[in-house]
Design a protein around this ligand. Structure first.
Ligand SMILES: [Zn+2]
Length: 113
């Protein structure tokens, strides 16, 4: 399942970060999921709670935030917030736009000890 491999990567990141900071415990993991992302937050939490047990993040709590969509117009360089069904530039009407955030999954912060 998609969420499982994400969680594996996330736990790897937790271990790397903890090690780099000489931490022995991870208290909290905050991640951002873009509104366009296909990741299911509830499944992600369940997967995290299953896989964290043998890791440094065994007692960690996962917090999930949704990150909003953001797009950029190549023609007039304006940043705007698109909707799921409308990616046209609100300023010049161009369809020459690109999603710059909202479809990704990010590790926003880690609380370690
Ligand atoms: Zn434009």
């Amino acid at each position: 399942m998609h969420e499982y491999s994400i969680v594996q990567n996330l736990l790897d990141l937790c271990e790397q970060n903890a090690e780099a900071n000489n931490a022995t415990k991870v208290h909290r993991v905050v991640i951002g999921i873009g509104e366009m992302s296909s990741v299911e937050p509830q499944l992600l939490k369940t997967a995290f709670d299953t896989f964290k047990l043998d890791t440094i993040a065994a007692d960690a709590v996962m917090e999930i935030q949704r990150t909003p969509l953001k797009a950029e117009c190549f023609d007039c360089k304006v940043d705007f917030v698109p909707t799921m069904s409308n990616f046209l530039c609100p300023k010049c009407g161009s369809a020459n736009t690109k999603l710059i955030s909202g479809d990704e999954l990010l590790l926003l912060s880690l609380e370690i000890e």
